[in-house]
Design a protein around this ligand. Structure first.
Ligand SMILES: Cc1ncc(COP(=O)(O)O)c(C=O)c1O
Length: 402
C-alpha cells in the first residue's frame, strides 16, 4: 500500500461536512436576537422588531415580574453560582425545596434537578438501562433521548409514531426473551409535530408487560394537565417523568421525577448529576416562582390552546398540513428545505420570526416552519402571520433540492 505524499489537511472533514450542509440547504447558523418582551425580539444589528413565533416561552414567564424578582432575590442571597456539584458542596436548601415542590405537584415520591433536559435524558437513560435491556421507543422522540438510549448499549427498537399497536406487537414479540428489563420511552407532547401521546394507554401497556415507562413531558409541563402540571403528573404508572424548565417556566434546567430509590440510584450512578455544577440559585428562584404561578394561569392556557386551534384551522385552509398538532406547537409542513428557508425569510420581511426546521431534526421531505405559541400571542399577531403566509409567492419550478 502506498501512502499519499500529501495527506489531506487535518480539518478537511469540517469543510467537507459543511459544504454538504450547504449543498442540501441544511446548513445551520446562529442569528443574534435581542429579546424585547415575551413575544417580540429585535434581530441583528438593525432594530427591526419581529413577533417571535419560535420560542418555547409558552406562558411568557421569562419576563414575568414575580419570576424575575425571585431570581434576583435568590441570586442576592445565595450568589450567582452554586459553586460546586450537588455531591460536593453545591446542594443548597433551595435545591431541596424545589425538588420537594416538584414531587408534590407531580405526585411522585421524589424529584432530582438537572442542568438541562438534554443532560437529563442523555445521562439518566444509560444508568437505567444496560446492554441486556430492551428499549421500545417512539420513532419521533427527541435527540436527547436517542443519545441516552444509544449510550446505554441496550437493544433498541423504534416503533411507528404514536402507534400503540406497533408498540404492543414489539412487547409481545420480545415477551419470552430474557432481557434485564424492558423500557418504553415516549414524549407526551412531541416537540416537532406538537401532537400528544396517549399516556393512560402507555401506562396500561407498560403495566401489562411489566415495562418501565419513561416519559418526557418537556412541552406539556406548565401548559397541559390539571393545574398545568403536565400530562404525566399524578399518573401512578409513569415510572420516570422528565420535564424541562427551559420552556413554560421561562428559565433553564430540568427535573427527573421518580421514586426515592431511583433518585438515590441516580445520585450514586448518574454522571449528569455527579460531575456537574448544581443549578444556579437565580435559576432555582425563577423556576420555583414559575411553578407557584402555574395553577393560576388556567385562563392563559385556555387562550393559548384556543389560539393554537385557530392557527391550525387557518393553516389547513391554506393547504398546509399541521401534522397531528394538538398543542401550542403548530408545524406548517412545507416539504423541501430550500422552500422552507424561503418561507422563513419571507416571514421575517413581514415582521414574523418563524424558524425553518429541516432534516436531520425532522424527516426528509417534511421541513417545516415550527410555530410555537405563547399565551401572549393575540389574534392580531396570528393574523399578521397567517396573512404573510397566505400572500407568499414562491416561484414555481424552484421547489426541491438542487
Ligand atoms: C422533548 C424534549 N426533551 C428534552 C429537550 C431538551 O431540553 P433542554 O432544552 O432543557 O435541554 C427538549 C428541548 O429541546 C425537548 O423538546
Amino acid at each position: 500500500m502506498t501512502l499519499p505524499n500529501t495527506p489531506p489537511h487535518k480539518w478537511q472533514f469540517v469543510a467537507t461536512a459543511l459544504a454538504e450542509r450547504d449543498r442540501t440547504h441544511r446548513r445551520r447558523t446562529l442569528s443574534v436576537l435581542m429579546p424585547v418582551d415575551a413575544i417580540h425580539v429585535r434581530k441583528g444589528t438593525g432594530d427591526r422588531l419581529l413577533i417571535n413565533f419560535s420560542a418555547n416561552d409558552y406562558l411568557g414567564l421569562s419576563k414575568h415580574p414575580q419570576v424575575i424578582a425571585q431570581a434576583i432575590d435568590y441570586t442576592q442571597r445565595y450568589g450567582t453560582g452554586a459553586t460546586a456539584s450537588r455531591l460536593v458542596a453545591g446542594s443548597f436548601d433551595i435545591h431541596r425545596n424545589l425538588e420537594h415542590q416538584l414531587a408534590q405537584a407531580l405526585g411522585t415520591e421524589a424529584a432530582l434537578l438537572f442542568g438541562t433536559g438534554f443532560q437529563a435524558n442523555a445521562t439518566v437513560l444509560p444508568v437505567l438501562l444496560d446492554k441486556d435491556a430492551l428499549v421500545l421507543c417512539d420513532r419521533l422522540v427527541h435527540n436527547s433521548l436517542l443519545q441516552g438510549i444509544r449510550a446505554s448499549g441496550a437493544r433498541f427498537v423504534r416503533y411507528a409514531h404514536n402507534d400503540l399497536n406497533a408498540l404492543e406487537f414489539q412487547l409481545q414479540k420480545h415477551q419470552n426473551k430474557t432481557y434485564s428489563r424492558v423500557m418504553i420511552v415516549s414524549e407526551t407532547v412531541f416537540s416537532m409535530d406538537g401532537d400528544r401521546s396517549d399516556v393512560p394507554a402507555l401506562v396500561e401497556l407498560s403495566d401489562r408487560y411489566g415495562a418501565i415507562l419513561y416519559l418526557d413531558d418537556a412541552h406539556a409541563f406548565g401548559v397541559l394537565g390539571p393545574e398545568g402540571m403536565g400530562l404525566a403528573a399524578n399518573m401512578p404508572g409513569v415510572d420516570i417523568i422528565v420535564g424541562t424548565f427551559g420552556k413554560a417556566c421561562g428559565a433553564s434546567g430540568a427535573f427527573v421525577a421518580c421514586s426515592e430509590a431511583v433518585r438515590d440510584h441516580l445520585i450514586n450512578f448518574c454522571a449528569g448529576v455527579i460531575y456537574t455544577t448544581a443549578l444556579s440559585p437565580g435559576v432555582v428562584g425563577a423556576v420555583e416562582a414559575a411553578i407557584v404561578l402555574f395553577p393560576s394561569l388556567e385562563a392563559e392556557r385556555q387562550h393559548l390552546l384556543g389560539e393554537s386551534e385557530w392557527l391550525r384551522l387557518q393553516l389547513n385552509q391554506l393547504n398546509y398540513s399541521t401534522a397531528g398538532s394538538a398543542s401550542q406547537i403548530v408545524p406548517a409542513i412545507v416539504g423541501p428545505e430550500d422552500k422552507t428557508l424561503a418561507l422563513a425569510a419571507w416571514l421575517e420581511t413581514q415582521g414574523c420570526l418563524a424558524t425553518a426546521i429541516r432534516p436531520p431534526t425532522v424527516a426528509t421531505g417534511t421541513s417545516r416552519i415550527r410555530l410555537a405559541l405563547s399565551c401572549q400571542h393575540g389574534r392580531s399577531h396570528l393574523t399578521q402571520l397567517v396573512t404573510a403566509i397566505e400572500v407568499w409567492d414562491y416561484p414555481s419550478g424552484s421547489t426541491g433540492l438542487n
